[in-house]
Design a protein around this ligand. Structure first.
Ligand code: CU
Length: 165
């Protein structure tokens, strides 16, 4: 807690890892923390988040969160800190909002290669009043879809960017 707010801090490491995807078949993956998908990051709307990203890979990477956050925390090349080179690190700091189930992924190009090699994970922001019981609609939703009430009840600061790629 800091100033009455819950603070959540994570450290994720980009790592090159050979993963056996079938007996005797090895895939040269690029991972968050050596696993695909990367660790699930879960928090509650209103939390202060500090995500320390350490690039231990031999390739440049970044962390890009879907959701609402300041532009300089968007993790895309040439915006804010942008690309995190091998051996470097950066801490993304932003508020958890709005609630929903989103992705995080590397946003360094070629984007398809970085994601296909394994650099993605799930980012869950729970509503402050707790989660509603699941409905058939929510069970069918995708990782980037959130209930329409989330948009209706949340505000978007003018300095924030809404990310969908
Ligand atoms: Cu990457």
């Amino acid at each position: 807690m800091e100033n009455g707010r819950t603070v959540r801090e994570w450290t994720l490491r980009a790592e090159d890892r050979e993963i056996e995807v079938a007996p005797g078949v090895v895939f040269p993956a690029w991972t968050f923390d050596g696993r695909i998908p990367g660790s699930t990051l879960r928090c509650t709307q209103g939390d202060l988040l500090r995500v320390r990203f350490v690039n231990r890979s031999e390739h440049p990477h970044a962390m890009h969160f879907h959701g609402v956050h300041p532009t300089d925390m968007d993790g895309v090349p040439m915006v804010g800190r942008g690309i995190i080179e091998p051996g470097e690190e950066f801490t993304y700091v932003f508020d958890a909002e709005p609630f929903g189930v989103d992705l995080y992924h590397c946003h360094v190009g070629p984007l398809a290669e970085h994601i296909a090699r394994g650099m993605y994970g799930t980012f869950v922001v729970d509503p402050p009043a707790g989660r509603q019981p699941p409905t058939s609609w929510s069970w069918c939703s995708t990782a980037t879809t959130r209930p329409s009430t989330a948009r209706a009840t949340s505000s978007t600061p003018s300095t924030a960017s809404r990310s969908s790629t």
